[in-house]
Write a protein that binds this ligand. Structure first.
Ligand code: NAP
Ligand code: HSE
Length: 420
């Protein structure tokens, strides 16, 4: 029999404990051993829970319990779980975690500490989709060209409802929280940080890139307006929060941002809490992984997959290699990213304004692909919407600053990136 201790019996922890009981027969058949939860850690022992396991508010009880074989970390945060996972590994216990924030900051140290002790994290990225296993093992023969996808269920759920049903931002965020999709602090979801944590994990497995969230371009979905949505529809795009990793030769681009993508692309059709990630390998070509990206049971499914793998004795280095992967490959500075852009600005509605704007963009070498003018409620002010051909991020940022200093431009300029 294998005994589990769960650090954090919330949305995911409760589902793990329940599935291990409800599906005990198939899980035992697949693992080859019976798996039981011995104990769990929570903050508030007075809260009502939907599971019947021994609970404590003292994590050390689990970490130091000689009967516990596998510690499952599902509490969230960064430094506290780091110190607990470290101690558990030092005590010789295998660890499973769904905590992407922890891994975004400490994955390389944890790989060192773990050594040959299994430390698994399938649930950390894209919920129930086995994307970590695919990258660590399934695509091991390949150099990875690109990884691109929807990696945050909360944002995709919100964008789908906002775009298809005109739902209000605050109400739909509350719904995502009630459904157990959002992080304890939902600004991690809507600000793009959660997706960046996942992207960094995938980039470590694929490229060996050792970057932190602070090093990469991260933008969220907070500033998208119904005007952007309408423009996107009119020009054949969907808006999705994407995580993108691309080996562009001189380095690896890593970025998370709201993105306009062609309506006919497969990722554009991924709605609600579903996630989808495409990985292009140099030998396999394009592969795609699709499934629920958040929620108790979907995430617990991935957690239990790791537990079963550990019980079976399957392991290997945490990130899928010991050292020397893609040697010399570096993170590309964000200023050097090259892509297409969408711009939305409010301007004086009078002659010469359009020429002034396009000439300013021209000064930065930015060429316009398409343009639309829309009236506003003020007869003297118009909305201008542009898409550009490919240009460098630094040029676009400089051009926006310069445009915002023009007298004919009102307020700040909204920008979104386009990927085709
Ligand atoms: P949650 O519902 O907030 O549950 C967290 C659990 O940890 C609660 O039981 C909480 O205790 C306990 N806890 C938190 N801090 C603690 C502390 N300092 N000491 C003792 N117990 C503590 O969170 P969740 O949604 O299950 O997420 C758990 C982890 O999985 C996070 O790292 C999250 O990013 C990750 N994850 C979540 C999902 C998802 O869809 N929800 C998907 C993938 C990954 P109380 O119950 O007493 O407050
Ligand atoms: N808050 C995360 C999301 C949970 O919405 O995708 C799954 O990692």
């Amino acid at each position: 029999m294998v005994k589990i201790g769960i650090l954090g019996v919330g949305t995911v922890g409760e589902s793990v404990a329940k599935i291990l009981v409800d599906n005990a027969d198939v899980i035992e058949a697949r693992a080859g051993k019976k798996i039981v939860v011995k104990s769990g850690v929570v903050r508030d022992l007075t809260k009502e829970r939907d599971v019947d396991i021994y609970l404590t508010d003292n994590a050390e009880e689990i970490i130091n319990d000689p009967e516990i074989d596998i510690v499952v970390e599902l509490m969230g945060g960064v430094e506290e779980p780091y110190s607990l996972v470290k101690k558990a590994l030092e005590n010789g216990k295998a660890v499973v975690t769904a905590n992407k924030a922890l891994l975004a900051y400490h994955r390389y140290e944890l790989q060192e500490i773990a050594g040959d002790i299994p430390l698994m994290y399938e649930a950390s990225t894209a919920g129930g989709i086995p994307i970590i296993g695919a990258l660590r093992t399934g695509l091991a023969a390949n150099h990875i060209n690109t990884i691109q996808g929807i990696m945050n269920g909360t944002c995709n759920y919100m964008l789908t409802k906002m775009i298809n049903e005109g739902a209000q931002y605050e109400a739909i965020l509350k719904e995502a929280q009630e459904l157990g999709y959002a992080e304890a602090d939902p600004t991690f979801d809507v600000g793009g940080f959660d997706a960046s944590h996942k992207l960094l994990i995938l980039a470590s497995i694929a490229y060996g890139i050792d970057a932190k969230p602070e090093d990469i371009l991260i933008e969220g979905i907070e500033n998208i307006t119904q005007t952007d949505v309408a423009f996107a529809k009119e020009f054949g795009y969907e808006i999705k929060l994407l995580g993108i990793a691309k080996n562009v030769g001189e380095g690896v681009e890593l970025r998370v941002h709201a993105t306009m993508i062609p309506q006919e692309s497969m990722i554009a059709k991924v709605d609600g809490v579903m996630n989808a990630v495409t990985v292009v390998g140099d030998r396999v070509g394009e592969t795609m992984y699709y499934g629920p990206g958040a929620g108790g049971d979907a995430t617990a499914s991935a957690v239990i997959a790791d537990i079963v793998d550990i019980v079976r004795g399957n392991q290997g280095p945490m990130l899928g290699y010991k050292k020397g992967l893609e040697s010399g490959l570096k993170l590309l500075p964000k200023e050097q990213i090259v892509t297409q852009y969408y711009l939305r600005l409010e301007v004086d509605d009078k002659s010469g304004v359009l020429a002034a704007i396009t000439s300013k963009l021209g000064e930065f070498g930015i060429s316009i692909e398409s343009m639309l003018q829309k009236p506003t409620s003020d007869a003297h002010i118009a909305k201008l919407l542009f898409t550009t051909h490919k240009t460098q991020e630094s040029k676009m940022q400089d051009a926006i600053k310069a445009l915002e200093t023009l007298d004919v431009v009102h307020g700040s300029i909204a920008m979104m990136r386009i990927e085709k």
